[in-house]
Design a protein around this ligand. Structure first.
Ligand SMILES: *Cc1c(COP(=O)(O)O)cnc(C)c1O
Length: 463
């Protein structure tokens, strides 16, 4: 998806698929379990509950807008990834999707590892007690201070992203008297999104070192020569919100071919490959994501087959799901402020948040679902656009959705699947106060990131 997609959204471009907004769902009160976390349900009065707590109570105690995270769902997703990949592979949660100290603790307890890509994420991980050897450090322009901190802490791997960085990390490690385990991130010429991928020889992007033109092979040559580095293997990440495994097939094949070339040239079989993240989730009922066990099976079969034909021992695989773990675990709760019907077009529903708590719709043309959650309704479906309170006409949270026609100011509506890339990309635009993240579990709700205050805003503004 891109900003140059059809203005009505990627799925609306040519043909409206069946079941699209031209045909509203049969019952607006039904909560599709595909897009809601697993403890979400409606109680006897029709109000949504999560972890056994009703939304009106959550709104009263924590205010709106706010993100509510279903801890049982988060932990269950961690476990299903962990179990699907077994002991032969490693699962690194991509912290950029959403990171807090509580999350780090849950990951630790559920046996997952953690990807970070900045000093701030590293500090969060270390301060919450994630053992450094279970942390991988990513990024295309890590500062010397960040590298030093990571090496000093003893992170399990640094993912090298450029020729300069190979030398930079080696020098820092040597200066600190360490040998740093590293992967080299390569661009394999596969760009995958949703239901399609493009395989090319070259990739026009800032990350990694190209396989094409022998660049990656040269990077390996240099890394193997440097005393401060222990080269563990090759890393590749091909895109985001991917449903189709075909892109991984091409990328795994190209990475394994590189491993074979390394063996032929240097006589070493590198022990690891990391196939990155990017696995898709359901934002609307139209999305059909794969289960972790299907993904694990597909990936290990692809790698085994490719290694077999190259005569290589199968390397240890790692994967880096972010969105697929945290995305479905949270919803954003908003209070409706105004309802503005535009004759013959749609109804604009303004909520008390917007692009400051969910930039994905404006940034990527992302699609979301929405539901009235403080009550049920038998009113007619009304084609709606959920918008925020920012001074920007692109401030859209949900572009097209049906809400009941009796929707009124004061009602609570919720947008599911906002656990990934919403709070982590939240901004203070218009001096909005970033919403809290509240973990809900077994009848208890606990703030894990508190709401920003005007004091927080003014504390940064030194006058
Ligand atoms: C963003 C990113 C991920 C996670 O992507 P998701 O779409 O959240 O699964 C994993 N690995 C790398 C290197 C990334 O940049």
């Amino acid at each position: 998806m891109s900003r140059s997609a059809h203005p009505a959204g990627p799925r609306h471009a040519d043909v409206l698929p069946e079941g699209h907004y031209s045909a509203p769902p049969a019952d607006l009160n039904v909560l599709d379990p595909k897009v809601w976390s697993r403890t979400v349900t409606r109680d006897a009065q029709g109000a949504l509950t999560v972890g056994g707590i009703e939304v009106a109570r959550l709104a009263e105690e924590f205010g709106t807008p706010a993100y509510f995270m279903d801890e049982a769902d988060f932990r269950a997703r961690c476990r299903s990834w962990r179990e699907a990949f077994g002991t032969e592979a490693d699962v690194f949660y991509a912290g950029k999707a959403f990171l807090s100290r509580a999350i780090v603790k849950w990951l630790y307890e559920e046996g997952l590892n953690l990807d970070v890509c900045s000093g701030g994420e590293l500090a969060t991980a270390l301060s919450a007690g994630m053992p450094a050897e279970r942390i991988a450090f990513h990024g295309n322009n890590k500062s010397e201070a960040e590298i030093e901190r990571a090496v000093e802490a003893g992170v399990g791997r640094i993912v090298l992203d450029s020729f300069q960085e190979i030398v930079r990390v080696a020098h820092i490690a040597q200066r600190l008297g360490k040998v740093q385990p590293v992967l080299i991130r390569v661009t394999v010429g596969v760009e995958a999104h949703t239901h399609e991928f493009i395989a090319t020889a070259h990739e026009d992007q800032k990350f990694g070192i190209a396989l094409a033109g022998g660049q990656a092979a040269e990077a390996v040559r240099r890394a193997l020569k440097l005393d401060g580095l222990e080269l563990l293997g090759i890393h590749s990440h091909i895109g985001s919100q991917i449903f189709d495994m075909a892109g991984f097939e091409v990328s795994a094949r190209r990475v394994v071919q590189l491993l074979a070339a390394i063996r032929d040239e240097h006589g070493v079989e590198l022990p690891e490959i990391d196939l990155g993240g990017g696995l898709g989730i359901a934002y609307t009922s139209e999305d059909d994501p794969r289960e972790p066990h299907e993904i694990a099976k597909a990936l290990s079969e692809i790698v085994a087959r490719e290694c077999d034909s190259a005569g290589l021992r199968a390397p240890r695989i790692s994967v880096e799901p972010g969105r697929a773990i945290v995305g479905p675990t949270a919803f954003t709760l908003y209070r409706v402020g105004t309802v503005k019907p535009l004759e013959g077009l749609r109804t604009y529903v303004s909520v008390d948040g917007g692009m400051s708590d969910n930039i994905r719709t404006a940034l990527y043309d992302a699609e979301y679902s929405v539901a009235l959650v403080s009550r049920t309704s038998t009113a007619e479906p009304m084609l709606s656009r959920v918008v925020g309170k920012h001074c920007e006409s692109g401030d859209i949270v949900v572009k097209d959705a049906f809400l009941p026609a009796d929707l009124a100011p004061g009602d609570l509506i919720a947008v599911p699947a906002t656990g990934a890339y919403c709070r982590s990309m939240a901004s203070n635009y218009n001096h909005a106060l970033r919403p809290p993240v509240v973990a809900v579990h077994d009848g208890e709700a606990r703030v894990i990131i508190r709401r920003e205050t005007e004091e927080d805003l003014l504390a940064l503004d030194v006058g």
